[in-house]
Design a protein around this ligand. Structure first.
Ligand code: ADP
Length: 737
C-alpha cells in the first residue's frame, strides 16, 4: 500500500491517492524492496505502460527528502529524457509536486548556456545532450545531484544518441560517487548486464497492468499467441488494416497503427478516416471540427491542412515532421477518444503516452540507407509499439496485431516478433564520430588529463563492461586523439593531454570536432564578405547538420546551381568526378538553398513543397543552422577572423526568416516574418517607427487583429498601446481576418 511508504515528502501519498493510486504495482513494490527509497541504485526493466514513472518518482522524491549530499536540507534530482518533446511532458507531470513544495525546472534551449538558474530547482528535467552540455560548461549544481533517473536507457543501443547518454551517466557517477542511479528500460535481453554496469539492484519483469494479447492477422482470421483464432474477415477491395480498424470500432475501441514512413502515415490516416467518418455522430463531428480549427491555426502549411482534414473525419497521423503543437493536439484528442485512429511512425512510439485498445504494426520493415534497402525492425522496437495496446481501467485487455500476407509470413512473424525475446542493449561508443566529440569533452572538462586517465574513464562505460574486444575502445580512442591533435583541438606533451583554447570552445559549443574543423577551414578560405548562401552551405556540410536527400533530377539542378554560384562557396568545390564527395556537397547545397529561401521570405508552404519536407523539418533545419552559425561566430572571434558581421547577419536572417530590411521589425516580440512584411509594406520600417505609427495603419497591416496589435505595440515599447476605438485603415482586405 502506498500509505505504508516512508521517507517521501508529506503530501506525495495524498497526491497519488488523488491520481487513483493506492497500491503499488508489483514492479514498483519490487523497486521499494530493492531499496529505492534508501538511495539504492535500481535498474528497472519493465514493459511499456507498467508504471515506470512512479518508480522514478520514488527514487527522486526520497532523495530530495533525505537531504543533499553536500549537507543541504533538500536533495536534488535529475531526470534525463530521450527526446526534447518529452522534457515538457515530464515537467508538466512533475509540476503537481509544487503543491507540496518540490520545485521542477526543465532545461532546454541553447546547448551552450550554463543553466545556473536551474540551481534552485529540486527536480530538473533535461535531455542527455543538454546534461552533457551542462557538464562541459561547468554548471556547478551538477555536482550536487543526489539522484539521477535515465529514462528509456535501452536507447544506449542507438548509434546516434546512445553514446552521449552512456558517457553522461559515467561522468555524473564520477562527479558524485554517492549518486543514486535509477535506470528505466523497456524489457531488454541483458538487463542484468546493465545492472552490473551501474552497480544496481535489478527489477526485471514482464508484468503488465492489463493483459496483452499479441497476434498476427492473416486471411480472414486473427491468430493469437494463446493459440486461439478469431474470425476477422476482410471484405473484397478492403485492406487488412481498414478491416481491423473497423472491427475495433464496432467493439467501441480505438486503434493505433504503426507504419514505416511519414508519407505512409499520412496516406494511411486519409484512408482510415474513410472507415471512421460514416460512423461519426453530429456531436463528434462538431468536436472534431474544433480540434481541426486549432490545428489549422498552428500554421498555414499543407501538412497542417492535411492533418486538419483527416481530423475532421475522425483520424490523424503523427510523425516527427509535425510541429510540436500539432503533435500534442493529436495526442490529446486521441486520449480523449475523440480520434478513433492514429497512424504513426515508430520514432514517436517511445514515451508518448497514447494507449489504445488495439495496436496494429502494419510495417515491420523500414528503409535503411546504410544497410541498403528494407530492413526488419528490432524486436525491442516492435514490442514497445505493441505495449501501447490496452488502457488499464478502460479496456478489458489490449491487443497488438502484425499483418501477414502469406502463410509463410504468418509463421515468420510469430517466430520473429510474437514469440521472440528482445535483443540485448549493446554500447555503440567505440566509433570514431562518437568518441571524437566525447574524448575532446572529457579532456576539456578535466575528467582526464593523460591518456591513462582517459582510458580509466572509458573503463567506466557500459562498453568496457561488455566488450568482447576490449582493445577496440583503446584503438579508436588513439585514432581520435591523433585527429584532435592534428586539428589543434588538443595538445599532447608526453603522456599529458590538454585542450587548446580552440578545443575548449568547440567542447563548450557542443560541436562535433569535425564540424568545427570544416567551419574553421571554410572561414579561413573566405575572401571578402561571405554571403548568406556561402555560410549556410558551410554549416550544412558539417556532420552536425542532417542534409536533405537528393531526389531524382536534383543532381542536375543543383550541379547547375553550384556552377552558377561557385564564387560564394567557402573552400574549394570537389570535382564532379569525386562521386561521393560531390553528391554530399550538392546535398548540402540543397539544404543551404532551403535556408536561403527561408531567409528570403519564401512561404513555408512553398518551401515544404519545393524540398519535399514537413514544416517540422524546416524548423529543425533552421534551428540547427542558427546554432551552427552562432558557433561559427564564436570560432571566428576565437581565431580573430574578420567575418563576424556577415555571420551575424546570416544568422539573424535565418532566425527570423526575413530579408535584411526586415531584421529590425522581426526582432520585436510577436511580430514574426509575415507581419513584419505587412508592416513594412504599410510604411512602418523600424521599431521606432512602430512606436510612433498611426494606430489605424498598424491595425490595418495586422488585418484588424486588435489583441495582436496591442501586444506588438507594447513589445515595441509604446506606452498607449490600446486599440480601443481604432479602426483599421483601408489596406486590410475583406475576409483576411
Ligand atoms: P511507463 O512509464 O512504464 O510506460 P507509466 O508510468 O506512464 O508507464 O504508467 C502508465 C499508467 O499507469 C499511468 O497512467 C499511471 O498513472 C498508471 N499507474 C502507474 N502506477 C500505478 C499504480 N500503482 N496503480 C494504478 N495506476 C498506476
Amino acid at each position: 500500500k502506498t500509505a505504508d511508504l516512508s521517507g517521501l515528502p508529506p503530501g506525495f501519498i495524498e497526491y497519488l491517492a488523488a491520481e487513483g493510486i493506492e497500491e503499488l504495482y508489483p514492479p514498483q513494490a519490487a523497486a521499494v524492496e530493492a531499496g529505492i527509497l534508501d538511495g539504492e541504485n535500481v535498474v528497472a526493466s519493465v514493459p511499456t505502460a507498467s508504471g515506470k514513472t512512479l518508480i522514478a518518482q520514488l527514487g527522486m522524491l526520497s532523495a530530495i527528502e533525505r537531504g543533499g549530499s553536500g549537507g543541504t536540507s533538500t536533495g536534488r534530482a535529475l531526470y534525463i529524457v530521450p527526446l526534447r518533446a518529452l522534457a515538457s511532458e515530464k515537467k508538466a507531470e512533475f509540476e503537481a509536486f509544487e503543491d507540496f513544495g518540490v520545485s521542477v525546472g526543465v532545461s532546454t534551449g541553447n546547448y551552450e548556456s550554463d543553466g545556473e538558474w536551474l540551481a534552485d530547482q529540486d527536480i530538473i528535467v533535461a535531455t542527455s545532450e543538454k546534461v552533457d552540455s551542462l557538464v562541459r560548461n561547468g554548471a556547478r549544481w551538477i555536482d550536487d545531484v543526489d539522484c539521477v533517473v535515465a529514462d528509456e536507457v535501452h536507447l544506449i543501443d542507438d548509434s546516434n544518441r546512445g553514446p552521449t547518454l552512456e558517457v553522461t551517466m559515467a561522468k555524473l557517477r564520477q562527479l558524485n560517487p554517492n549518486l543514486q542511479t535509477v535506470a528505466l528500460s523497456a524489457t531488454v535481453g541483458n538487463a542484468e548486464e546493465m545492472a552490473t554496469w551501474l552497480d544496481a539492484e535489478l527489477v526485471d519483469t514482464t508484468w503488465r497492468p492489463i493483459d496483452l494479447k499479441k497476434g498476427v492477422h492473416f486471411g480472414n482470421a486473427l491468430h493469437l499467441d494463446d493459440g486461439t483464432q478469431r474470425e476477422l474477415p476482410v471484405e473484397r477491395g478492403q485492406k487488412q488494416t481498414a478491416a481491423i480498424v473497423r472491427d475495433t470500432l464496432d467493439d467501441g475501441g480505438s486503434s493505433l497503427v504503426f507504419v514505416n514512413s511519414r508519407r505512409n502515415a499520412e496516406a494511411a490516416a486519409r484512408r482510415l478516416a474513410d472507415v471512421i467518418e460514416p460512423t461519426l455522430s453530429p456531436e463528434a463531428r462538431e468536436e472534431l471540427a474544433t480540434v481541426a480549427a486549432e490545428i489549422r491555426s498552428v500554421s498555414d502549411t499543407e501538412t497542417s491542412d492535411d492533418l486538419a482534414a483527416c481530423v475532421e473525419r475522425g483520424g490523424a497521423f503523427h510523425h516527427a515532421g509535425l510541429a510540436p503543437e500539432h503533435r500534442s493536439l493529436v495526442e490529446d484528442a486521441f486520449r480523449d477518444r475523440l480520434l478513433k485512429v492514429v497512424s504513426a511512425t515508430p520514432t514517436l512510439a517511445a514515451g508518448v503516452n497514447t494507449p489504445s485498445r488495439r495496436v496494429i504494426v502494419r510495417d515491420w520493415r523500414r528503409y535503411d540507407g546504410t544497410a541498403g534497402g528494407m530492413q526488419p525492425l528490432d524486436v525491442l522496437e516492435v514490442h514497445q509499439m505493441m505495449g501501447r495496446a490496452g488502457r488499464p481501467g478502460r479496456d478489458p485487455y489490449g491487443e497488438a496485431v502484425l499483418l501477414a500476407s502469406s502463410h509463410d509470413e504468418l509463421d515468420e512473424l510469430f517466430d520473429r516478433y510474437v514469440y521472440a525475446d528482445p535483443e540485448p542493449v549493446r554500447s555503440k561508443l567505440a566509433a570514431e564520430p562518437a568518441l571524437r566529440t566525447h574524448v575532446l569533452a572529457t579532456i576539456a572538462s578535466g575528467f582526464a588529463r593523460t591518456r591513462d586517465e582517459l582510458l580509466d574513464f572509458l573503463a567506466e562505460t557500459l562498453h568496457a563492461s561488455q566488450a568482447d574486444d576490449p582493445e577496440r575502445l583503446e584503438q579508436v580512442a588513439d585514432t581520435v586523439i591523433e585527429y584532435l591533435e592534428r586539428n589543434e583541438f588538443v595538445s599532447r606533451d608526453g603522456d599529458d593531454l590538454d585542450a587548446t583554447s580552440l578545443g575548449h570552445t568547440v567542447s563548450r559549443l557542443y560541436l562535433d570536432p569535425m564540424s568545427a574543423a570544416e567551419i574553421v577551414d571554410g572561414l579561413d578560405a573566405a575572401e571578402g564578405k561571405p554571403t548568406p548562401l556561402g555560410l549556410y552551405h558551410l554549416v550544412s556540410r558539417t556532420p552536425d547538420m542532417y542534409e536533405l536527400y537528393l531526389k531524382s533530377g536534383d543532381r542536375e539542378e543543383y550541379t547547375e546551381l553550384a556552377y552558377e554560384r561557385e564564387p560564394e562557396f567557402l573552400g574549394p568545390m570537389p570535382s564532379e568526378f569525386e562521386d561521393v564527395r560531390f553528391e554530399s556537397w550538392l546535398s548540402a547545397l540543397k539544404t543551404a538553398r532551403m535556408l536561403e529561401d527561408w531567409a528570403e521570405e519564401v512561404d513555408e508552404d512553398r518551401i515544404t513543397e519545393r524540398y519535399g519536407v514537413g514544416p517540422g523539418d524546416v524548423r529543425g533545419k533552421v534551428d540547427t543552422a542558427e546554432w551552427l552559425l552562432n558557433a561559427a561566430e564564436q570560432l571566428a572571434a576565437d581565431l580573430e577572423l574578420d567575418v563576424t558581421p556577415a555571420i551575424r547577419e546570416a544568422k539573424k536572417r535565418v532566425e527570423y526568416g526575413v530579408s535584411d530590411e526586415l531584421l529590425e521589425l522581426a526582432g520585436v516580440r510577436g511580430v514574426g516574418r509575415k507581419r513584419a512584411r505587412r508592416l513594412y509594406d504599410a510604411g512602418i520600417e523600424t521599431r521606432s517607427q512602430l512606436r510612433e505609427a498611426d494606430k489605424s495603419v498598424v491595425l490595418g497591416a495586422l488585418r484588424g487583429r486588435e489583441k495582436t496589435a496591442e501586444t506588438i505595440l507594447e513589445n515595441a515599447g509604446r506606452q498607449d498601446y490600446s486599440m480601443d476605438g481604432v479602426s483599421p485603415d483601408g489596406s486590410a482586405r475583406p475576409g483576411d481576418s
